[in-house]
Design a protein around this ligand. Structure first.
Ligand code: PMM
Length: 274
């Protein structure tokens, strides 16, 4: 099956790839419409930057960034996801029309978020996470047998238990390995190669690798300077194709158009094979 494309609408002044570009409501709504026209299935609206070292916005700030954008895009018929770790933001976003809660902490940052989702009919995306952005890179060590893939399976399995205990049915849960979150480039590649192991948890997978720094370091120049974030699109699109061939449920991307084109090419070849 063709994976869903989740287009990123960051309403933040400081996200690593597009921070500040869509920081006001109107600009974010226009950007969301553009992503829909480009072929997004879901719009992921976020008001907190999670790039390494970022500081957290106040609750009120986060609410005022995301709620008006979600209200408008959902009213226009878009399937909207809220990218938040806070229960109060999830609740307000669901009231504003969001259909998914994308929690990069998998319920660890604010456990009440699980009750909010349980009380709704929203889909819950639980990402693998080991701590807030100001300290996550210190947590990037996976020394147990099986390395990063085994650790992420184990830790996401624990989250799944907590999610079930909160009363969220399995058919509303999607898991995400959390590329770049408490992970080095090596860890990210191991996880992409090890997605089959994660799929054994029995839930669909969402993966977000678009424009992340492991692509920048892969494409570093001869002097070792990483490829800047503005020039990682072809690699991001290639990653979309790899992920689609591995059967993921969804792919979170910034440039929906190039990923949609790639998926159409893949789909056309697969039609021929059927
Ligand atoms: N990555 C970012 C933010 N939210 N959500 C999920 N489910 N998975 C991800 O990999 C993910 C995410 C960070 O990237 P951004 O700053 O470009 O939004």
């Amino acid at each position: 099956m063709t994976p869903r494309l989740m287009g990123v609408v960051n309403v933040t002044p400081d996200s690593f790839s597009d921070g500040g570009r869509y920081a006001d409501t109107d600009a974010a709504v226009v950007h969301g419409r553009r992503l829909l026209a480009d072929g997004a299935d879901i719009l992921d609206v976020g008001g907190e930057s999670t790039r390494p070292g970022a500081t957290r916005p106040l609750l009120e700030e986060e609410l005022s960034r995301v709620v008006p954008v979600i209200t408008r895009l959902a009213a226009e018929g878009a399937v909207v996801s809220v990218d938040t770790m806070r229960a109060a933001v999830a609740r307000a976003a669901l009231d504003a029309g969001a259909a998914l809660v994308n929690d990069v902490s998998g319920g660890l940052a604010d456990p009440d978020i699980l009750d909010v989702v349980a009380d709704s009919d929203a889909t819950y995306v639980a990402m693998h996470w080991r701590g807030h952005a100001d300290r996550m890179q210190q947590a990037a060590s996976y020394d147990q047998p099986g390395g990063v893939v085994a650790a992420v399976c184990r830790e996401l399995g624990d989250r799944l238990e907590a999610i079930r205990a909160a009363g969220i049915p399995d058919d509303r849960v999607v898991l995400d390995p959390g590329l770049g979150f408490a992970k080095t480039a090596e860890h990210n590649w191991a996880l992409v190669a090890g997605l089959d192991r994660l799929a054994e948890l029995g839930r669909p997978l969402l993966v977000g690798g678009s424009r992340k720094s492991f692509l920048g370091s892969l494409l570093a120049d001869a002097a070792g300077t990483p490829r800047p974030v503005t020039d990682r699109e072809a690699a991001s699109t290639a990653l979309t194709l790899v992920l689609a061939q591995r059967g993921v449920w969804g792919i979170r991307v910034h440039d929906v158009r190039s990923s949609r084109d790639a998926l159409r090419v893949l789909d056309r070849v697969q039609q021929e094979e059927r």
